[in-house]
Design a protein around this ligand. Structure first.
Ligand code: GZL
Length: 346
C-alpha cells in the first residue's frame, strides 16, 4: 500500500526506558520528523507490556508476522503495563497515519475516546489477546484470543477429577487465587472460571489477591498468604510466572509444592504453558496442571489484515483452540459442557 508518511512523533521517555527494540522492519517512536516512504502495509502495534514469558512469545509472534518480507512496516510500542502509555502510542500511530492499529489492551475499560479518535481518522483497529469494554463495538474490527473462562473451568474440572480419583472431599479443599492484572480479560475470565466451579462443588476459596501476572508479585503475595492462613492446600495461579514465584514462597516457608494434598503438600495450578521452568515443574509434579494459553497470534492477526485489505469482513471474535497439561496420571480427560479435552504431558 503506497504511503508517504510525515512521521511527527512524540518522544516517550518511557519508550526509551522501555528499550523499544528496533529491527529492520520495526520502527520505534522518536522525536525526528521524517518522511517514511513505504509501499508496505504500515501497522502500529501497541503491546501492553513484557510482564511474562507469554507476553514475550506473543510479541515475537507479532513481529515475525509483520516483517518487511511479509509486506509490512511495523511500528512497535511497549506500554509497560500502563494504559496511559498505550493511549499515547495509539495517538502517535494516528499522527503517523498507519494503515492499521493493533492493540493488546492491558485492561478492558477506558478505551472509548482513543478508539473514537482512530475511527475518526479512518484507521481500523484490531484487538489481540485481551478485549476492550466499549459501548460501541464498531470501534474495533475484530479480536483474536483465548476463552479465558473456559481455560479456568478446564483447570478446575481437572482438579475436581483429581479429587474424585484420590477420594479427597470437596470441603477439604482450601484454595487461594493469585489473580492476574486486575480488570484484564484474562484475569476476569480465569477468576470467573474458578468461581463458577468452586460454587458448583462447594470449594472454600480462602482468598483472592492481585499477583499481576508477574513472578515477583506471585512470590510476594504467596508469602503473605502463607503468613495469613495455615490451611491453604491449592494455589490457583493465573499464569506460569506467578506459579514460579508462588513455588519459591512455598519452599521458602519450608512447605512442599506437590500433589499430596491429604498429607500437607500444596497443589499449584497454572496457565500458559510457555515458560520452560514452569513446564519442567509440571513434569516434576510441582505444578499439578497447566491450562494452555496460546500466544502465537501473529499469523492470525496478519490474516485478518489481509482479509480487510481485500474488502472482506473477518469474524468479530476469533477463539484459539487450547489444551490442558499435566504429568499426573490420575486424570486423562476432562469434560466441559459436553466437550471432551485430553490431558497431555507438559
Ligand atoms: C493471556 C494473557 C496473559 C497471560 C499472561 O492471553 O493476556 O497475560 O496468561 C500474560 O502470562 O501476562
Amino acid at each position: 500500500m503506497k504511503k508517504y508518511k510525515m512521521m511527527t512523533c512524540l518522544l516517550l521517555s518511557v519508550l526509551v526506558l522501555s528499550g523499544c527494540e528496533s529491527s529492520s522492519s520495526v520502527t520505534e517512536n522518536t522525536t525526528e520528523t521524517e518522511e517514511v516512504a513505504t509501499d508496505n502495509i504500515l501497522v502500529g502495534f501497541s503491546q501492553l507490556g513484557a510482564e511474562s514469558d507469554w507476553r514475550s512469545a506473543n510479541t515475537q509472534s507479532m513481529k515475525d508476522a509483520f516483517s518487511e518480507e511479509n509486506g509490512y512496516g511495523l511500528i512497535f510500542n511497549d506500554g509497560q503495563q500502563k494504559q496511559t502509555n498505550q493511549i499515547t502510542a495509539i495517538r502517535t500511530f494516528i499522527q503517523q497515519d498507519v494503515d492499521y492499529i493493533v492493540l493488546a489492551p492491558v485492561t478492558e475499560s477506558g478505551w472509548d475516546s482513543v478508539l473514537e479518535e482512530a475511527k475518526d481518522a479512518n484507521i481500523p483497529v484490531i484487538l489481540v489477546d485481551r478485549l476492550v469494554d466499549v459501548s460501541d463495538k464498531s470501534l474495533y474490527q475484530c479480536w483474536v484470543g483465548s476463552d479465558f473462562e473456559l481455560e479456568g473451568i478446564k483447570v478446575c474440572q481437572w482438579l475436581h477429577e483429581y479429587t474424585v480419583a484420590n477420594e479427597i472431599s470437596d470441603e477439604d479443599l482450601h484454595i487461594v487465587d493469585l489473580q492476574g492484572t486486575i480488570g484484564s480479560t484474562a484475569q476476569l475470565g480465569r477468576s470467573r472460571g474458578l468461581n463458577e466451579v468452586a460454587m458448583e462443588y462447594g470449594w472454600d476459596v480462602v482468598a483472592l489477591r492481585d499477583a499481576d501476572f508477574t513472578q515477583e508479585k506471585g512470590r510476594e503475595v504467596m508469602a503473605s498468604l502463607l503468613r495469613e492462613y495455615d490451611n491453604i492446600n491449592v494455589v490457583y495461579c493465573e499464569n506460569d510466572n506467578e506459579a514460579i514465584g508462588a513455588i519459591k514462597a512455598i519452599e521458602a516457608a519450608g512447605l512442599v509444592a506437590g500433589k499430596d494434598i491429604a498429607n500437607g503438600e500444596i497443589m499449584v495450578l497454572s496457565f500458559d504453558g510457555i515458560n520452560e521452568e514452569a513446564l519442567q515443574y509440571a513434569r516434576e509434579g510441582k505444578i499439578a496442571c497447566i491450562g494452555e494459553c496460546n500466544p502465537m497470534h501473529g499469523p492470525r492477526v496478519a490474516a485478518m489484515i489481509e482479509m480487510l485489505n481485500r474488502g472482506e469482513e473477518p469474524e468479530k471474535f476469533n477463539y484459539v483452540d487450547e489444551g490442558i497439561f499435566s504429568a499426573l496420571p490420575d486424570v486423562t480427560t476432562i469434560t466441559v459442557d459436553g466437550e471432551e479435552y485430553a490431558v497431555t504431558a507438559p
